[in-house]
Design a protein around this ligand. Sequence first.
Ligand code: PHE
Length: 354
Amino acid sequence: MIEDIKKEALELIRSAKDSAAVERLRIRFLGRKGEISKILRSLKDLSVKERQTVGPVAQQLKKDIERLIQEKTAVFSKSIQQGLPGIDITMPGKKIKIGYLHPLTLIEKEIRGIFKAMNFSVVEGPEVETEYYNFDALNIPKNHPARDMWDTFWLQNSQQLTSDKEQLTKGQESKVKGQMLLRTHTSPVQIRYMETHKPPFQIIVPGRVFRYEATDASHEINFYQIEGLMVGKTVTLANFKFVIQEFFKRLFRSDIEIRFRPSYFPFVEPGLEVDIRCIKCGGRGCGICKDSGWLEVMGAGMVHPRVFEAAHYNPRDFQGFAFGLGLERMAMIKYNIPDIRLFYSGDLRFIQQF
Ligand code: PHE
């Protein structure tokens, strides 16, 4: 009879599926009214001889069951810690939170796509720049008032970057000479790209730029631009007009009226400002366009001969256009965002709308 109980008990405990089942078996066999306890209690009714044979067998069985239960319990608690089977797989799962693409990411992707479809390549450049690429090579010499157009974050020490001057040729040396800075626009990449490529080409340069200025609804110390540059033997402002008209048409999915206004940037001649008809009021005048009916969207112009010279092109051989647009400005117009600071607020209520 003890043998039958033993067989049953060990088998049941071994195949128990969870710790609750093990506990039920512990009560059934070892509990106060359990089967083993009953046998041990009944020993006193047996003869001395019987007691001597049955006693040790029952005691041994009790020990065996105790050990097996202990082992089994350990297995379950371990598997819970490791997240292995043994956890309740019928419990409802935790809801996975889905993220949102930032509106700047969305608009950048879209703009990249539009220009790629017009055969532009996408290139990038460094955010920490030299004075040479950010200013001098772009026809903005030291002490020239034009530098005031870009309030600059200057970096304190450029020693490290210029320490192996001996290994630099004269030309290279002038490019690292001067202070390092956080680029104030993406235009330095015009020079970097032309130094290593021959026309004809057309590129856009998305990237982060920095300005040392007070923030308000339309100014941030950190923002994004997309530079454009197309150079060839016969590239003209008419080509620019077509490209940019096509760009706005695709971005806003409708024909957008644009206009050019004369303007000044040291690295273009002639320089101009591009306006589009106010998206909100269609030109009648509203708060967004400050009753002018137009929205200022980018600076542009024909690449200045001095810029070609800095890149070692002969300005008589090539001509082209360049433009620079603010990504936040585009997103604000397209998604109707009233304040540039919202992009960097980290407020989930803002980003969940896109
Ligand atoms: N780099 C200019 C700016 O940041 C924009 C620009 C780019 C103007 C290219 C003309 C041509 O203000």
